[in-house]
Design a protein around this ligand. Structure first.
Ligand code: E4P
Ligand code: PEP
Ligand code: MN
Length: 455
């Protein structure tokens, strides 16, 4: 029930300019407008309740404002591409557990609150380098995420199907329901999370993190002795994020907030624009400039200082702290050179943006046995480069954006409990990019925590 004066959303959103993107160049969309189920799918989505509420979205913007000021740290993690069959209680809880574990370790290192965000409950659409995939003699349309088509390499499965948007909405709704239940229902108990972390350091491969783990343990016991309210710490805020790639879907889930009369994308709290769709004159920048959600933009190594200035003008004209997060994904080799001019350009505009490192997407390689992979050392090198750049400029390294899972998969190489290519045939599950597994994710958290504690 909603009390008088609280947030209500109207259904189909009417607001000037929300359809301007339809007249602009757009890439990475399926050609499905003539599909017999397109109109009815859009109509059905437009009548659905919002997945997130405007008040939560505004609260997140304030939290990100704190990150921009250096008063909090942002952790974004989850699958490259969520799947419908992967939305099980076990897998969702493993992923949340891992993110909470990482967050505790990072909170300790940063001595700051960590804003927790999943690439979850909506991360179903994928941009691709090529429109077609060829295997042997056969070429078919590329897999574009389960919101668009199927992964199976058949003509039937690869045909875009707009009804998939409804399944994506339903799967997001079920996922978010569980995320809310876990993070608000006691699962986030700091003492329990610390116990799970002990399992990690009891592995001999991770013995080098024992002293940090012991320090965190002592800190928790100190808090307990001081009478900290652990009941309160059983609950935590957790936000849902995804790439706002598929504008048919995002438009159909946009609602006008009755408090303010302004449009919000209600498919998730935070949405980002990908490296392949951030053209200043394109549809994505135009559409997202018109909604109130905090936004991310991925920045690859070709980004210019001028791009950064113009993205700020378009997406954060009123200089709202936390409205805009730049997620740099330069690659370990490039970050130390490519990032500084962009940070300086942003500083000159007066915007209070958040700087986050995505150390995954610039470090993708093909393994000898053909799998798409990333090496843990390259990923960590990019993270280190990110911290070095900010230390040299006197700016704040605000967060970490990673493709990770809570499961024991083998997709990225390396880590102290080493993964090598021979494990891929049995334990490679991602339908798109390789994720850090549970142990690799925690190892990264320990390393970043140490970097935060001793800059
Ligand atoms: O996260 C996504 C991938 O990096 C993107 O979809 C491109 O992947 P591709 O080069 O395999 O198409
Ligand atoms: C496609 C992605 O990233 P980018 O736009 O940075 O390539 C992603 O985050 O999965
Ligand atoms: Mn990816």
């Amino acid at each position: 029930m909603t009390a008088p004066g609280e947030i209500l959303h109207t259904g189909a959103a009417e607001y000037p300019g929300l359809d301007e993107w339809r007249r602009l160049p757009i890439s990475q969309q399926p050609a499905w407008r003539d599909h017999p189920d397109f109109e009815s799918s859009i109509e059905a989505l437009s009548a659905k309740p919002p997945l997130v509420f405007a008040g939560e979205v505004d609260k997140l913007t304030r939290r990100l404002g704190a990150v921009a000021r250096g008063e909090a740290f942002l952790l974004q993690g989850g699958d490259c591409a969520e799947t419908f069959h992967g939305a099980t209680a076990d897998r969702i809880s493993a992923r949340i557990k891992t993110i909470l574990q990482m967050a505790v370790v990072l909170t300790y290192g940063a001595s700051l609150p960590v804003v927790k965000m999943g690439r979850m409950a909506g991360q179903f659409a994928k941009p691709r380098s090529s429109d077609v995939e060829t295997r042997g003699e056969v070429s078919l349309p590329s897999f574009r995420g389960e919101i668009v088509n199927g992964f199976d390499f058949t003509e039937e499965s690869r045909r875009p199907d707009p009804k998939r948007m409804i399944t994506a909405y339903d799967t997001s709704s079920a996922t978010l329901n569980l995320v809310r239940a876990f993070t608000e229902g006691g699962f986030a108990d700091l003492r329990a999370v610390q116990q799970w972390n002990k399992g990690f350091t009891s592995n001999p491969a991770h013995a080098k993190y024992e002293s940090t783990a012991a320090e965190i343990d002592r800190a928790v016991r100190f808090m307990e002795a001081c009478g900290a309210d652990f009941e309160k710490l059983k609950r935590t805020e957790f936000y849902a994020a995804h790439e706002a790639l598929l504008l048919d879907y995002e438009r159909a889930l946009t609602r006008i907030d009755s408090r303010t009369g302004k449009p919000y994308v209600t498919s998730g709290h935070f949405v980002w624009i990908g490296e392949r769709t951030r053209d200043l004159d394109g549809a994505h920048v135009d559409y997202l400039s018109r909604v109130q959600n905090p936004l991310g933009v991925k920045l690859g190594p070709k980004t210019t200082a001028d791009d950064v200035e113009q993205l700020i003008e378009r997406l954060d004209p009123h200089r709202v702290p936390g409205r805009l997060t730049f997620i740099s994904r330069m690659g370990a080799e490039a970050i130390r050179e490519s990032l500084p001019p962009l940070i300086r350009a942003a500083q000159q505009t007066g915007a209070q943006v958040v700087w986050v490192t995505d150390p995954m997407h610039g470090n993708t390689i093909t393994a000898k046995n053909g799998y798409k992979t990333r090496h843990f050392d390259d990923v960590m090198d990019e993270v280190r480069g990110f911290f070095e750049v900010h230390r040299d400029l006197g700016t704040y390294p605000g967060g970490l954006h990673v493709e990770m899972t809570g499961d024991d998969v083998a997709e990225c190489l390396g880590g102290s409990d080493v993964i090598d290519e021979t494990a891929f045939d049995d334990r490679y599950e991602s339908l798109c990019d390789p994720r850090l597994n549970h142990k690799q994710s925690l190892e990264m958290a320990y390393l970043v925590s140490e970097a935060l504690a001793h800059p």
